[in-house]
Design a protein around this ligand. Sequence first.
Ligand SMILES: C[S@@+](CC[C@H](N)C(=O)[O-])C[C@H]1O[C@@H](n2cnc3c(N)ncnc32)[C@H](O)[C@@H]1O
Length: 328
Amino acid sequence: MIREYKTNSRMKSLFGGSFEISDKFTPEANLVMACDDALTFARSLPKDFFSLIITSPPYNIGKEYEHKSTLKEYLAQQEPLIGELVRCLKHDGSICWQVGNYVENGEVFPLDIHFYDLFKSKGLHLRNRIIWHFEHGLHCSLRFSGRYETILWFTKSDNYIFNLDPVRIPSKYPGKCHFKGNKKGLPSGNPLGKNPSDVWKIVAEDWERLIWDIPNVKANHPEKTIHPCQFPVELVERCVLALTNENDWIYDPYAGVGSTLIAAAKRNRRAVGCDREEKYLDICRNRLQMLAEGTLRTRPLGKPVFKPTGREKVSRRPATWDKEETLL
Ligand SMILES: C[S@@+](CC[C@H](N)C(=O)[O-])C[C@H]1O[C@@H](n2cnc3c(N)ncnc32)[C@H](O)[C@@H]1O
């Protein structure tokens, strides 16, 4: 089935004013959202087609959409899918694999370490291991609380798309000048800003911090849906801008509520997503429709992270703690 959406005047640039969401892959659609098993669906896609494949796979940690198995079984299940993804990827394309940890009996197994070998065995080249830092999450009592996940960015060849300018961030000292040579006295930086580095915290105003700090999608976040493990649209948007050009095709094999499709559509790229849970696809279609109407709330790219002023009740130290300390 193909659903057609008209975009309102605010979103006129989106696919020239109207777009379709198809539930089967067709190169004529702008967006495809298929309800299927990831491997079965990947096998149906054309080879050498996508410029960017970006996903956050299930982590095998017992979420509502997965059955927890051993790490060995889990990786054995992922391997044929990764083979298919490499087949679908264009020669100058990229794969971004966003993962955290698998945890067994309190022991942590960083998934990127295990996935690295799988991608290398398919002939891919690692360009960055990006740290995505966030400030919220579970408070651990027997180890330090985890506050980052990683994105492995691989390319299929040495000839790959990389657009640095659209993702540059303001430099700390834009007034810095060359101090010798024939450019002495001239500005040494780039007027568009500097490379955001591989530790990602976007800094629109906070010059001191260089980590990409996109709040992870939890309660109070404008993007939160019923999905237990969404990733932020802003995170994908950065990869979309840096690793693809307008009208390129992007693919998310575990698309959930469609954060990748939204990032792609916002930036006039075409996208294919697959998830086996119909309830997530419904939300995805709804979010895309809201995007088209200009009513979808997402964190704007590069918006600084909220810092408490100290006046909010939650940012003040409870008075009872100090009373208890006096009694001790
Ligand atoms: C970590 S979530 C991805 C969330 C997504 N990045 C978002 O922002 O909404 C992983 C997704 O994989 C889906 N999934 C798990 N196993 C699958 C399979 N074998 N085939 C297709 N989808 C699967 C789950 O339903 C879940 O939505």
